[in-house]
Design a protein around this ligand. Sequence first.
Ligand code: NAD
Length: 478
Amino acid sequence: MAKMLVAGEEVESKNRETLEVKNPATGETVDTVPKASKEDVNRAVEAAEKAFGKWSTTSADEKIKLVKKAIELILSKEKELAELLTREQGKPLKEAAIEIQKFCGDLEYYAGLAKNIRGTYFYPVGEGRHGWVIKQPIGVTAAIVPWNFPISLMGNKLAPALIAGNTVVVKPASSTSLTAIKIIELMWKAGFPEGVLNIVTGPGEIVGEELIRHPKVRRVSFTGQTETGKRIMSIAGPDLKRITLELGGSDPMIICEDADLDKAATGASVGRFFNCGQACLAVKRVYVMEQVADKFVEKLLEKVKKLKPGNGLNPESRMGPLHLKSQLEKVESQVEDAKKRGAKVLHGGERLKGPEYDKGHFYSPTLLVEVSESSTIVTEECFGPALPVFTVKSFDEAIEKANNSPFGLGGTIWTKDLQKAAKGATKLQAGYTWINSFPIMYDELPFGGLKQSGYGKEHGAEALEYYLETRSVVVNAD
Ligand code: NAD
């Protein structure tokens, strides 16, 4: 049984309850994790609170030294960590390894900013008066992480939190806690002091909410569904806790008549089917100009046919299973709803069958055309391997349809026309826009959704600001 890591100790839940972690490709039990009680959450927060005093004044040099050691230890175990992540999450090994590297990249990026955290100085602000603007860490922060990218998203939260001088309690998704625990263990081995970094496991509605409600948790950083984000906001709101919410999306991709169709088709295929379509920033709706629609769809179809679904541990697999049975059922119902409303299935549109697939949550990569705009695959977030392609008559129509969504996370435009690209980049309601590129994120660029896709930013120097309080001090030197 895996254990939680709290106050420098490996611990079980006080009530001894556990949860099973299942392999989504085979249904086999990978391990069990503790189902934390209220007492366990309290112990983790108290430990983080106790550690905050010293950690908040730890030098940048010391933090950088610890981060370097942690990266060395984590990368030395990359292969086994990636294997464990594939077994608990389902994604292909190569994608799992990228996550481990991304986590280390996050640590490295924020360690690089550690010596640049500073306030400002004004003189005089009044006669003989000096004004300081100082930046200080907030205190205990809760990092609540989903199952789709359990490790890289954990890095997005704990790297800026720790470098800014906060202490952290991580709450991973119950179904993907194992690799996260191993990684925190390695960070402890690297020398992060007792209490600075803790991990508690269990269901969000119990463990997550307890964490958010705890009076000593001053900041909450959450990634997950929009509905959960709304609930978290309502719990954190009365105490005015600092929050960032990275939520759902339904990202559009617009393909203009002058686009490089080969590259656009690759962009749509990678952007939709990476991580079996279970990505917040994923191509979830395609709007293609009618002049090139047939040609584009033909090229995309060719790519979709080549995707090889299978157990992520098999190096031949290009797409793993859906992570949860409920997720499989949801995607299935969205595709069925689209079919009922007249959609034509060009590929897939059903569960995969056969000895390799029967025990897992496998769904075929699915391409749909002639889809009604009122289908749930359009009106809701589709978190799986199904892509509707719409034909449009003009760029303005594409932008209007793209923006007709409660979400505003990302968006992509393919065109060689600079004017169109510039217009699109400002008109598209998205926190992250790519022109002639598939969706890929960079450490230095701030990321966060508009509308119901989120609140606040992760990545970049901006994210550090969310882990710091800005205070003013006046010194009368007269
Ligand atoms: P989820 O909201 O069900 O769960 C996310 C985390 O929150 C888990 O750790 C869960 O245990 C916890 N949780 C659940 N209910 C809670 C509650 N009431 N209080 C506190 N914590 C609670 O999300 P999911 O299904 O695991 O993840 C998929 C969703 O995440 C998708 O909607 C996806 O678009 C979104 N997502 C967004 C981003 C982004 O950066 N914008 C990135 C990845 C995923």
